[in-house]
Design a protein around this ligand. Structure first.
Ligand SMILES: *[C@@H]1O[C@H](CO)[C@@H](O)[C@H](O)[C@H]1NC(C)=O
Ligand SMILES: *[C@@H]1O[C@H](CO)[C@@H](O)[C@H](O)[C@H]1NC(C)=O
Ligand SMILES: *[C@@H]1O[C@H](CO)[C@@H](O)[C@H](O)[C@H]1NC(C)=O
Ligand SMILES: *[C@@H]1O[C@H](CO)[C@@H](O)[C@H](O)[C@H]1NC(C)=O
Ligand SMILES: *[C@@H]1O[C@H](CO)[C@@H](O)[C@H](O)[C@H]1NC(C)=O
Ligand SMILES: *[C@@H]1O[C@H](CO)[C@@H](O)[C@H](O)[C@H]1NC(C)=O
Ligand SMILES: *[C@@H]1O[C@H](CO)[C@@H](O)[C@H](O)[C@H]1NC(C)=O
Ligand SMILES: *[C@@H]1O[C@H](CO)[C@@H](O)[C@H](O)[C@H]1NC(C)=O
Length: 826
């Protein structure tokens, strides 16, 4: 018996040994193919530092096999290059090898006829028995066919990109040989064959980067203006992450990039529906994060408004086109009735722009017109450029070619102007448009008027400032005590209010027209009013399709810019979580700003937990669900969504309840979006609600995810106690609920705070645990507060918790029992 067991044991060991052997054999994959070392289907070529792999793969639902390169160390197979993209293999007998002519070929096991070949004529003169040809996969995903001993490159995959622009790979063209490097989309997810969309440089005139759809312009990134492509203002943000280099000389034009931080994995892809997308790999969530994609909106599509027009994506009307000054719609009927701008505009009848008093007006901040037909002259100043343009009657507009150092070089357009688009003020370039004498006179009159108005405004501002200074001096004399506080305010004057909104533009912005909203809410009928907050009123509405909505009409002085507002909405619309109120869209017209939310039939949490009669309808089980739901919602905001968002105004009245009493966090009016590595920001404009604000935020304007944690802690304790934090109780020596809980905690009587409406029916240990978590959340020092992730974990698991220290219960005048709830600070 024993010997049999021993035998079995030995066999097992042997088996494991062989297994290990096989594994170690497998992991020793080579990075080279040579005449006598082929690559069969199922085998892998792995680059030296194990970043990329090459082998046979099957895309999507396809039945065919292709040879491709993908990331070796990522859990999702992401193919970045395909060899035989238009020559699939129908079975698994494919072999990649080097043929006797020195070409890299793919063929079936049973045949020598190549299905795909590198097709290079390998110089016979260089070949002899010692001159072996090898193919090597490099660490930047370049498959290089070369002569082994001289390292002479015969062919490389970087010269034949597919749909992906990797770091170090270039796109461009060689002026001498006409060789061109460009991206071409796959046909479908299942077919890597050559698809409809290409990204490449135009070769006529000054090079511009284009996306073509079946060789027709689809999106124009434009020319390189010294800093970036004129039509991709988003690139400005890239420049910190991507080390972009653009080369343009008599020999070639090329663009390439690499990563400043070499540990960041990035790729740029043209996809089969005509989008140029930029992705980076997110290690935390093991997925690709989209940086952004182009084209972003209707105006980005080439020719949306035809020629001699300006497409304005910020025009919230459905129709984005306006004719340039001095032009009128070519097909007025299409233009005005069908709202189809593609016919473009023509110069108004009777206008003379040749030697008849004409001049130039400034079209501010645009993506300048397509320069395919324009003349580029280096070294001219803007004045010389104007003179040059004025001299030639066919010249219709001019602009600087290189925006660096205040601008240099001259671009002069002749004939029609195509593909002009309005960009936001800091992103566009000015275009000088030739207009006749009448338009010029009108324009000058108007701009003079505007100037006068500006002057008037300046005088007004100056006098107001003077008055303010005077008043504050008086104030200073009278209230010397408040000086410190004021100083603090001035010192905290920082620009974080703006830092949240990435300059991103997106298609399909969920905009509702003013009319739609007015119809839905019956002109904001008082009867439909659901509530009133510091930032505006909320109305109930019903869309034509029957969907119920809640419309928040922001007060007019919310102080946020048009573009920032729009960006923020676009980002927030993407947030989707069970415990967040869905923002459906917004309306932005003239002075009006409205947010459209899903409508929830039950009221907010405060209506239940602080109400004498409603309190008992929420038993412990429900309350615990609400506590957990809110935590998950905030966790999503903090780290699970694509953005990092600080809510800044978590409170009971901002937690709405759906029909099944599930909590949904609402009101992102004060939310701030943080960059991924941003930890803390400061504001001089402290907005929020007394009782929920962390000390560092209330006193110094510093906010972070930990300030939300503080508010969450207050809310948690409020839910358990059924009382507001600011609730004052005669005969209690603590200024607020937190203080009271702490006193009871130290006396080991914490359960005394539990809402009597729960009728003693709750699990003591869990409630005690929740109280402890609540106390941990409201610690004075932000560092001592747990993160939202830890909170969710603590709520769901019974791991031991840290003992809380004395929490922050700063009291601002709460001593005299004033009721501060719902008061917004400015
Ligand atoms: C696959 O294609 C080869 C020729 O390229 C052909 O000989 C073979 O019959 C095909 N096999 C299948 C299963 O279609
Ligand atoms: C390929 O062909 C060789 C001989 O021609 C044969 O020994 C081998 O099993 C074949 N391999 C496959 C995968 O079909
Ligand atoms: C092969 O060619 C290389 C140079 O191309 C030469 O140096 C070498 O001597 C040649 N070897 C033989 C065996 O001809
Ligand atoms: C290529 O050259 C290296 C040395 O330079 C040598 O070790 C290797 O065996 C060669 N490979 C082939 C396939 O000839
Ligand atoms: C490159 O293209 C241009 C115009 O298409 C042509 O004139 C020129 O001969 C070409 N050069 C080469 C080397 O093919
Ligand atoms: C940026 O890229 C260029 C080549 O394109 C390279 O020479 C340079 O070292 C790179 N800079 C950094 C900081 O990576
Ligand atoms: C292409 O990219 C756009 C924008 O990122 C995306 O909406 C679309 O789904 C993508 N298409 C495919 C087929 O992946
Ligand atoms: C005006 O410019 C056009 C386009 O560059 C050119 O063809 C034409 O010769 C110029 N005319 C004069 C008078 O310079």
């Amino acid at each position: 018996m024993e010997s049999l067991e021993n035998l079995l044991c030995k066999m097992l060991v042997l088996h494991i040994y062989f297994l290990l052997l096989t594994f170690s054999f497998c992991s020793c994959s080579s990075d080279t193919i040579s005449i006598d070392k082929t690559l069969r289907d199922g085998e892998l070529l792995v680059s030296k530092s194990k970043t990329f792999a090459l082998g046979f793969f099957t895309p999507g639902k396809s039945a065919s096999r292709y040879v491709g390169i993908w990331y070796y160390n990522l859990p999702i197979q992401t193919v970045v290059w395909v060899a035989n993209r238009d020559a699939p293999i129908n079975d698994t007998s494919g072999i990649l090898s080097i043929d006797p002519n020195g070409n890299l070929v793919i063929h079936h096991n049973h045949s020598t006829i190549p299905i795909w070949s590198t097709d290079v004529s390998f110089p016979q003169s260089q070949r002899n028995s010692t001159n072996a040809v090898i193919a090597k996969l490099s660490d930047i995903a370049n498959l290089v066919l070369m002569i082994n001993n001289t390292k002479t490159v015969i062919w490389e995959s970087f010269d034949h990109p597919t749909d992906t622009l990797l770091p170090y790979l270039k796109i461009g063209f060689n002026r001498k040989t006409n060789q061109s490097w460009f991206l071409q989309s796959w046909k479908t997810d299942d077919d890597p064959g050559k698809g409809a969309f290409t990204v490449e440089f135009s070769t006529i005139g000054k090079p511009q980067l284009f996306m073509y759809n079946h060789n027709l312009p689809w999106w124009r990134a434009g020319h390189w203006n010294g800093e970036l492509f004129a039509g991709v203002p988003n690139m400005k943000r890239d420049m910190e992450t991507f080390n972009v280099s653009f080369v343009e000389d008599e020999n070639s034009v090329a663009i390439s990039y690499n990563m400043f931080d070499k540990s960041v994995i990035a790729r740029k892809v043209v996809n089969q529906s005509g989008f140029f997308q930029i992705f980076t790999w997110g290690n935390e969530k093991n997925q690709w994060n989209r940086f952004y994609s182009e084209p972003t909106d209707q105006c980005d599509n080439y020719g949306t408004c035809g020629s001699n027009s300006n497409c304005d994506p910020f025009n919230f009307d459905d129709f984005k086109c306006t004719c340039l000054l001095g032009f009128e719609p070519k097909f007025p009927r299409d233009w005005y009735e069908s709202r189809d701008g593609s016919g473009g505009c023509v110069r108004k009848k009777g206008a003379s722009i040749c030697g008849n008093g004409e001049g130039f007006i400034k079209v501010v901040s645009v993506k300048v017109a397509d320069i395919s037909g324009a003349v580029a002259i280096d070294g001219l100043s803007l004045e010389e450029c104007e003179k040059e343009c004025l001299r030639n009657c066919s010249c219709t507009a001019y602009a600087v070619a290189d925006v660096r150092n205040g601008g240099s070089g001259c671009l002069a357009w002749h004939g029609d102007l195509m593909d002009i688009q309005k960009l936001s003020s800091d992103q566009g370039q000015d275009l000088f448009l030739r207009v006749d004498k009448v338009e010029l006179a009108n324009y000058n009159k108007k701009s003079k008027g505007a100037l006068d108005k500006k002057r008037l405004a300046a005088i007004l501002v100056a006098s107001i400032v003077a008055i303010v200074i005077l008043l504050s001096c008086v104030n200073y004399m009278w209230k010397k005590k408040t000086k410190d506080k004021m100083m603090r305010q001035i010192n905290h004057d920082s620009s974080v209010e703006e830092n949240g909104a990435p300059n991103n533009r997106h298609p399909n912005l969920p905009f509702f027209s003013f009319k739609t909203i007015m119809t839905a809410t019956k002109n904001c009928d008082h009867k439909n009013k659901l509530g009133q907050g510091g930032f505006g009123s909320v109305y109930k509405g019903c869309l034509v399709n029957g969907q119920e909505i809640a419309v928040k009409r922001l007060s007019r002085d919310s102080g946020q810019g048009k573009v920032e507002f729009k960006n923020e909405i676009t980002l927030l619309v993407k947030l989707q979580h069970r415990n967040l109120v869905r923002l459906l869209g917004c309306c932005f017209e003239k002075e009006e700003r409205m947010l459209v939310y899903e409508y929830l039939p039950n009221k907010s949490l405060d209506f239940f937990i602080f109400d004498q009669n409603q309190r008992s309808s929420l038993d412990w089980v429900k309350r615990f669900e609400i506590i957990c739901g809110i935590a998950r919602g905030v966790l999503y905001l903090h780290q699970d969504s694509r953005l990092k968002i600080i809510h800044r105004d978590l409170k009971a009245s901002n937690v709405l309840l759906d029909a099944a009493m599930n909590p949904k966090i609402s009101d992102f009016g004060m939310a701030r979006i943080f960059g991924e590595d941003e930890i803390q920001a400061r504001t001089k404009r402290v907005v929020g609600t007394y009782g929920y604000m962390s000390p560092e935020y209330a006193m110094e304007g510093r906010y972070s995810t930990k300030s939300d944690v503080f508010s969450y802690g207050v809310l948690l304790l409020e839910i358990i106690a059924g009382k507001r934090n600011t609730h004052c109780e005669i005969g209690r020596d603590s200024p607020n609920l937190i203080g009271h809980v702490w006193t009871l905690w130290t006396e080991e009587r914490a359960l005394d705070i539990v809402d009597p409406a729960l009728n003693q029916s709750y699990p003591l240990d869990i409630v005690l645990r929740c109280i402890q978590i609540g106390l941990l959340c409201v610690q004075e020092n932000a560092i001592n507060r747990p993160s939202m992730l830890e909170i969710v974990f603590m709520l769901c698991n019974e791991t031991p918790l840290c003992p809380p220290q004395k929490p922050a219960f700063y009291s601002m005048a709460t001593m005299n029992c004033k009721n501060h709830q719902h008061q917004d600070l400015q």
